[in-house]
Design a protein around this ligand. Structure first.
Ligand SMILES: C[S@@+](CC[C@H](N)C(=O)[O-])C[C@H]1O[C@@H](n2cnc3c(N)ncnc32)[C@H](O)[C@@H]1O
Length: 258
C-alpha cells in the first residue's frame, strides 16, 4: 500500500518535524542511536544486511547507512505514511535501502526477506507490541538472522520494581524536557498536521491497520527481555546502554559449530 503524495508536499519539512517530535519524548534519542550504531560496528563489523524493525521515517537506518558503507538496510514498518518519508529520506542511498510494509506481529514477514540478515535493530517501536507478541517476534527475529547474527533494540525498558519506575517517572516530569523542546509537535499534534498535509485521516487508517493498542508503554524489564531472548533462540543477551527508563539491549544467535 503506497499513499499518493499531494502536489507541493514538503518531504524534508515532515521528516524534520517527525524527528523533533520524537526528540521531545526521548531526550537522549541521538545518544541511543549512537549506542546502537557503535555496538553494531563493534560486534558485527562485517555486517552486510541489517533489518530495521519499525523503521518509521528511517532515522536510525540513516545513521547505520552513513556509518557503515557496506551495509544494506531493509526497513520494516506497517504504516505507509512512515514508509513514504523513509523512502524519500534514504533515496540517496539507492538500493542500499529497501522499505517493506509488514506487520511485525505477522509470522509471514521473515519469508519475504531475500537472505538471512546479519543484524536486526529497532528504536522506540517494539513497546507497541504486547509481551506475548514481543516474545513471538524475538523468535521470528532469531530465525531471520544468520548464525552469529545480532539483535539490538533501543526502547522503553521498565525498572525491575515499581518504586524505581515511579522515581524515574518523577525525575522525568521534574526535568520537564517535553516542554523544553522548542516548537516540537506533540504526538497527536504531529499526526493531525501530517494527515492534513497528506490529505489522509491517518489516525483512522492506523486504527484499521494496527487494531486496538496492546503495547506496554513502559516496556518490559531487562531481566524479562534477557530471559525471553534466550528462550527465543539467542545464545546470550546483554544491555549496552541505559539511561533510566530507556535502554539499548539485545543478543546474538549462536555461531555455527565448526
Ligand atoms: C515511535 S515510532 C519509531 C520509528 C523509528 N524507529 C524512530 O525511531 O523514529 C514506532 C514505529 O513502529 C511502527 N510499528 C509499530 N507496531 C508495528 C507493527 N506491528 N508492525 C510494523 N511496524 C510497527 C510504527 O508504525 C512506527 O513507525
Amino acid at each position: 500500500m503506497e499513499l499518493p503524495i499531494p502536489d507541493g508536499f514538503d518531504v524534508p519539512h515532515w521528516i524534520q518535524r517527525w524527528d523533533r517530535m520524537q526528540e521531545r519524548y526521548n531526550e537522549r534519542r541521538a545518544e541511543r542511536f549512537a549506542a546502537i550504531v557503535s555496538t553494531l560496528k563493534a560486534i558485527c563489523p562485517s555486517a552486510r544486511l541489517v533489518l530495521d524493525l519499525g523503521c518509521g521515517t528511517g532515522s536510525l537506518a540513516m545513521e547505520i547507512l552513513t556509518a557503515m558503507p557496506e551495509v544494506h538496510v531493509v526497513g520494516l514498518d506497517l504504516d505507509p505514511s512512515m514508509l513514504l518519508l523513509a523512502r524519500r529520506r534514504l533515496k540517496a542511498f539507492g538500493p542500499r535501502f529497501v522499505a517493506m510494509q509488514v506487520d511485525l506481529r505477522d509470522s509471514s514477514w521473515p519469508a519475504r526477506l531475500a537472505a538471512p540478515a546479519d543484524a536486526a535493530v529497532s528504536a522506540t517501536a517494539l513497546h507497541w507490541l504486547s509481551a506475548s507478541e514481543l516474545e513471538t517476534l524475538y523468535a521470528m527475529v532469531a530465525g531471520a538472522l544468520r548464525a552469529g547474527g545480532l539483535f539490538l533494540n533501543g526502547d522503553h525498558v521498565a525498572a525491575e520494581c515499581s518504586s524505581v519506575q515511579q522515581a524515574w517517572q518523577g525525575q522525568e516530569e521534574a526535568a520537564g524536557h517535553e516542554d523544553r523542546v522548542d516548537k516540537a509537535d506533540t504526538w497527536e499534534g504531529f499526526w493531525t498536521a501530517y494527515g492534513k498535509a497528506l490529505g489522509v485521516d491517518l489516525r483512522a487508517m492506523q486504527k484499521e491497520l494496527f487494531g486496538p493498542w496492546r503495547g506496554v508503554e513502559e516496556g518490559m524489564s531487562l531481566s524479562w527481555n534477557f530471559a525471553t531472548l534466550c528462550r527465543a533462540g539467542f545464545a546470550w543477551a546483554d544491555c549496552f546502554w541505559r539511561w533510566g527508563a530507556n535502554a539499548v539491549y539485545g543478543g546474538q544467535t549462536a555461531r555455527r559449530q565448526a
